[in-house]
Structure formats: structure tokens, C-alpha cells
Design a protein around this ligand. Structure first.
Ligand code: ADP
Ligand code: MG
Length: 318
């Protein structure tokens, strides 16, 4: 039996998340009416996930619901913002109640975990595609912009690099899937580093979330800030699974150029190192290099040799 657009909105979206006091009017009218906190900037970000391009058609719908929100919250984290509201535009071939319920369980549980309310959206029929827009709040003086890196800053990343890329390789059958259970969560249920981003606001200089891969995301920071960077490869934080992959495949592209890790890359003025060390966080932080005046990125091995061909990150149109 076909479900109408209005029944879908009523049954799956209208009551999906917690209610916030700053939402004067949520789902059900032509617009939501929202009250931003006094003095804060509104931080807004949007991402689209398309079937066959960003996820495999048979992906677990609950993981997909989680990830479609997580990638947007990750952008807010990278800005140092506190998330508040999200909208969801979803295009579905044939609404499948079981699939949609699972999708919304993944979406809502992450939203509720971070106190985020779904305040509106759009529902259409068509090839499966999901667009989420996230809205957060940030102190105008503390937003973590890409153009704020300065020569002499230390370069840090959170968590470990390349796990999501390794999981994708294994799911695509390009590598023995023995280590898949260790890294699959990282691909399918990335954790937006919101607490870290908020703690870094006013402490770090620049930040970006790692969606396209370290080399390409670091390049964005360098270009925006008019600086260069040196990365020490032996300092890269790697899981056991990625370390084993590196040893057998001798291929740096995983930690340097695979996307979807959603860790934060940030630059820290040296005088803030004590403040950083004092932070109590549930994710590890690793200094992997520094920001240089000299433009360009240098990836240096333990013996001092530079990698000459840096693997490129993900680009939809290249
Ligand atoms: P309109 O025709 O005025 O644009 P819609 O019929 O598209 O309104 O949507 C009705 C209400 O349901 C609106 O408040 C809209 O924001 C909300 N809505 C529609 N689809 C979704 C969705 N996928 N998630 C959350 N809210 C939705
Ligand atoms: Mg509409």
C-alpha cells in the first residue's frame, strides 16, 4: 500500500527528535520559526548523500541515517559551533516503512544525543538521495576558520586516520576483509567531534574536518591561510588495522588521501599547548607536524626523505 507524502511527514519526521525551547514553531507550517541565541553567529552547513556515490545501495539504513546527520554535525564541529537545528530533504524511490523507520532511528538517536531538533525538510519521490542542513551557534570571536593558520602553528589531528577508507576497500573486495570488523564502524557510524571542536574554539587557530582525506583537506587550510605545512609521516595516528594494511600494501594513500574519517585537523599556536593538554576529551589528539611560511605541503618520512607524489583526495569532478 502506498504511503502519502503527508503520512510520511506525520509518521516519520514530525516527532522524530527532542523539542528545544528555541524552536517556536517546528515541522508542520510553511517555515519553522527559530530563535537564535543573542550575540551568537549562526553556523550553517549542508551535505548531500547520493545512493551509489556516497553509500552502497545495500547499506544498513540505520547507519545511513546516522551518517547523513553525522557528516553535517562534523562541519559544525570543525567550526567550533554548538549544534541546534537540522532540516532533512529526502528523495525516495518507493517509501519502505521498515527502511524509513530504521533510517530515522539512526538519524534521531544521533540528533538526540547532541540535543539537536529536526525542524523541517522536504519529501519527494525520486532516486534515493538525502540532504541535511545543520544550524549551530558560535561566538563571533571564536569560530574556527580555515584561513586562520599561521606559520609556526603546530598541526594536530584527532583520532586515527584511514580507517573509513580501509573499510571501504574491504567492502569493495579490494583487500582481504579480515580486519573489516575493526574499521567498519568508522565508515558507517562516524562520530562528529563536537566536544573537541567546541573546546578548541578560542584555543586553536584553524580547523577543518577530514572528509576528503588529509592531503586534500590540509591543502584547503594552507590555501585559505596562505601558508604551507610539513607532515611527519611516522607521527600519523594509525589503528592496528591501517598499520597492518600499510605494511602489506606499502601504500600511503590510505592515511593521506582516503576520505570519510571525520576527524578534526587543526592548527595550534605553540603558546596554547598547555591549554590543549589540559583538555579532558574522549578522543586522542596527535601532533603530526607544523605550519610553515613556505607554501606547499611536505610529507616527510622518518629518515628525512619526502614522499614526492602525494596521493590526491576525493574530488567529485576529477
Ligand atoms: P510546503 O508544501 O509548504 O513546502 P511540505 O508539504 O513540503 O510543505 O512540508 C510540510 C511540513 O513538513 C513542513 O513544515 C516541512 O518542513 C516538513 N517536512 C517535510 N518533509 C520533511 C522531512 N523529510 N523532514 C522533516 N520535515 C519535513
Ligand atoms: Mg516543501
Amino acid at each position: 500500500m502506498a504511503i502519502s507524502e503527508f503520512a510520511l511527514i506525520r509518521d516519520y519526521f514530525a516527532q522524530a527528535t527532542i523539542s528545544r525551547d528555541d524552536v517556536l514553531l517546528g515541522i508542520g507550517d510553511d517555515c519553522a520559526l527559530l530563535q537564535p541565541p543573542a550575540g551568537a553567529l549562526l553556523a550553517v552547513s549542508m551535505d548531500t548523500l547520493v545512493a551509489g556515490r556516497h553509500f552502497l545501495h545495500d547499506v544498513d539504513p540505520r547507519s545511513l541515517g546516522h551518517k547523513s546527520l553525522a557528516v553535517n554535525l562534523s562541519d559544525l564541529a570543525a567550526m567550533g559551533a554548538v549544534p541546534g537545528w537540522v532540516t532533512l530533504s529526502i528523495s525516495l524511490q518507493q517509501p519502505d516503512p521498515v527502511w524509513l523507520a530504521a533510517f530515522m532511528r539512526g538519524f534521531s538517536s544521533l540528533a538526540n544525543q547532541h540535543g539537536v531538533q529536526l525542524v523541517g525538510g522536504d519529501t519527494t519521490s525520486g532516486p534515493l538521495s538525502i540532504t541535511v542542513q545543520a544550524h549551530g551557534f558560535v561566538d563571533p570571536a571564536k569560530a574556527l576558520r580555515r584561513d586562520a593558520a599561521r606559520p609556526g602553528d603546530l598541526l594536530y589531528v584527532s583520532g586515527t586516520l584511514g580507517d573509513a577508507g580501509l573499510a571501504l576497500k574491504m567492502l569493495q573486495g579490494q583487500f582481504d576483509p579480515g580486519l573489516l570488523p575493526a574499521v567498519r564502524e568508522r565508515l558507517e557510524r562516524p562520530q562528529p567531534r563536537l566536544a573537541l571542536g567546541q573546546a578548541l574554539a578560542g584555543v586553536a587557530h584553524a580547523a577543518i574536518d577530514l572528509s576528503d582525506g588529509l592531503s586534500s583537506d590540509l591543502q584547503h587550510v594552507c590555501a585559505a591561510s596562505g601558508v604551507g605545512a610539513t607532515v611527519e609521516l611516522d607521527k600519523l595516528p594509525l589503528s592496528t588495522a591501517v598499520t597492518e594494511y600499510l605494511q602489506s600494501a606499502r601504500d600511503w594513500s590510505l592515511p593521506l588521501a582516503s576520505g570519510d574519517d571525520y576527524e578534526l585537523l587543526f592548527t595550534l599556536p605553540i603558546e596554547q599547548q598547555a591549554a590543549l593538554d589540559a583538555l579532558q576529551l574522549d578522543v586522542s589528539l596527535t601532533c603530526i607536524g607544523r605550519i610553515d611560511q613556505q607554501p606547499g605541503m611536505r610529507f616527510v618520512q622518518a629518515d628525512g626523505d619526502e614522499i614526492q607524489r602525494i596521493p590526491a583526495g576525493y574530488d567529485h569532478f576529477s
